[in-house]
Structure formats: C-alpha cells, structure tokens
Design a protein around this ligand. Structure first.
Ligand SMILES: [Zn+2]
Length: 345
C-alpha cells in the first residue's frame, strides 16, 4: 500500500455518519519541537467509533487521521528536541496542542486546558504509518513491553486518573463499575489494585465482555446491582464509577451509592438527563468528573504495565492491519471484543 512517501491512513472526512475511509497520506513534515514516529500499534478507542458513527459530542477538525492510543519508534527529530534519540521506543500522550501559558497548563493540568487539541480529532492521529508528535508528549517504554500492549497506556491512564487520582478508595471498599468497555474494565482492574471489592455491571448484550472482568478478580452483574451494593451493611457501594458512556446511568449510580459515598463519572454522552438529582443531595454524595490524564499518571501506568502489575492482554481482542479498520471497528462496536488494535504497514 506504500508508494514513495505515502501511507494508508484511516481518515474521518466529515461529520456525516460513516465518513471514515482509507486514504493515502504524505509523510508529515515535523516542527522544531517535534519528532516523527513510526507507528507500531494503535488502539481503537470508543471515541474513534463515536466519530465514525457520528454520535460524538466534541469538535472535529475534518479531515483528520483517527487514533490517539499509540506507540512507536522515533525516526526523526526536530532541531530543538533534546533528550530523545532516533530508535527510542515510546508512547505518546494525547494533548497534541496545548496553550503553554494557560493557567491549567502551568499547573501541570494541560489535559484540562480549554484550548487543548488532541490526536485523532484536533490534529492528525496515529492510524497510519507516520505521525508527528511534540517531544513533550513522549514517554519511554521498557524494552520488554510489546507495542500492542504499550499502545493501551492511554486508556489505562484514563482509568488511573478516574480511580486513583479522582476517586478515594480504601482497601476493602465496595466499588461498582457501570459499563464493561475498555475504560470500565480497566477502572475495575485499577480499583482491584487499590484493594477494593469490585463488581462490573452490564446488560445482557455485555455477557461476553463481562467474562473478561472476571479475569481481573471482579464480580460481574447483568442488570440490577443493588443486591451486591447493599450486601455488606445494607447501605450501598462506597464508590460507583460510571464508565457507561451515557448521561442516564447517573440515575443508577445515585441508586447504588451509599450515603457519603462517591460517584466518579468518566463515561459521557450528550443526552440531557431528565431525572431528579435529589438523591445526590440527600445522600451527601460527591459527584466527580474525570477527564484524560497528565504526565505523572503516564509514568505510573508505564511502571505498572512494565512490571506486569497491570496486564492489558485480557482486553485485547485482536490485531488487524490498518486497511481492515472496518472489521476492527465493527467487532468493538458490536461488543464482540473489548479492544481492537491496529497495525500500520
Ligand atoms: Zn481513548
């Protein structure tokens, strides 16, 4: 598929449903502070699927190469790049463009800079052979960590931020995770590492994906989780992590959480809610949003992946060449696999 400097890329070309196709792309030019990465593997994210099915709620710069979960080797360096070498094995954070003077960036929370633009929607992503990446986004990965696992550092960081940074868990806490997608399962896995008892909740159609949660030592529940939530002292779960990707699941979370407990919402959807928030008040519940991740989180997650403490192999449903993107997307869309991984060529 490669002619001269051109490579096959998975392009999202308009806001119409289904506007994704393979196009040939020139090798990008890099800026002084950027590196050129040869992409080894790229994970398919729920947000890539949402852009494909056009039910996303964020602004997309069409046409754009999809893909923000990736790892690769450095093959070229901009003139001002220090501390990185050609051949380095790396993964990249997702905040491709941030305002360096924004107060959020200056406090290290560039993931929350309102002007942030990410790979795969704001700038060209990694579902192709070459991607240009600002050097500040890079992290080294251990030699023994394969790229097909390393490319999932990003969703692991989403989970780590939700569970470790934005939630409070004590060993022995009961934690309920709504939604057995990649983020839900990884949140459950990280909550297990924090010493919690964890149940992952899904629908009948999620039966297969819930099986994977069992490999992380979690209970699995189809439908109503209130019995599990209340089985210890009758009051509910200490923490409910809502990773279901819809607004209305907040209602379920409010039912399941115990008084003075916490709800962390990491899955999102544009639908209005249409129900009362009275339980939030009456139960004195903390409602916490969680978005993206930053540098220290990446370093911790790479350490967990490198030591094998956090193992992403159970969620990987297969590796497809980039030209078979549609099959990889469809398998995830239908819940046949939790995570599809692509390989550029
Ligand atoms: Zn993602």
């Amino acid at each position: 598929m490669t002619l001269n400097n051109k490579s096959a890329a998975v392009i999202n070309f308009s806001s119409e449903k289904g506007s994704v196709e393979i196009r040939e792309l020139e090798k990008p030019e890099i800026g002084d502070d950027e590196v050129l990465l040869h992409v080894e593997n790229v994970g398919v994210c729920g947000s890539d699927l949402h852009q494909w099915t056009a039910d996303h709620s964020w602004h997309v710069n069409y046409p754009v190469v999809l893909g923000h979960e990736f790892g690769g080797r450095i093959i070229d360096l901009g003139s001002r790049v220090m501390g990185w070498n050609v051949g380095d094995r790396v993964v990249s954070e997702t905040a491709a463009v941030v305002d360096p003077n924004s107060p959020m960036t200056r406090s290290g929370l560039y993931n929350l800079d309102p002007n942030r633009k990410g790979f795969g929607y704001g700038v060209n992503g990694a579902m192709t052979r070459y991607v240009r990446v600002p050097a500040r986004c890079l992290h080294h990965i251990p030699d023994h960590l394969p790229f097909e696992e390393a490319c999932l550092t990003e969703p692991c960081c989403v989970a780590y931020n939700s569970v470790v940074v934005n939630s409070r868990i004590r060993p022995g806490d009961r934690v309920i995770v709504l939604g057995p997608g990649t983020i839900g399962i990884l949140c459950a896995a990280v909550a297990r590492l924090c010493g919690a008892e964890v149940a992952v909740v899904g629908l009948e159609a999620d039966r297969k994906r819930l099986e994977t949660a069992k490999q992380y030592g979690c209970e699995t529940i189809i439908g109503d989780a209130s019995e599990w939530a209340r089985s210890q002292d009758g009051l509910g779960a200490d923490l409910v992590i809502d990773a279901a990707g819809a607004s209305m699941t907040l209602k379920i979370a409010m039912d399941l959480v115990r008084p003075n407990g916490q709800i962390t919402k990491v899955g999102w959807g544009p639908q209005p809610c249409g129900f009362s928030l009275d339980q939030l008040v009456q139960k004195n519940v903390t409602l916490q949003g969680s978005f993206s991740h930053n540098w220290p989180i990446w370093e911790k997650v790479i350490a967990l992946l490198g030591s094998g403490t956090l193992d992403v192999k159970p969620i990987i449903g297969g590796i497809w060449p980039i030209t078979s993107w549609k099959e990889a997307f469809e398998k995830m869309h239908h819940g046949e696999v939790i995570k599809s991984v692509l390989k550029p060529f």
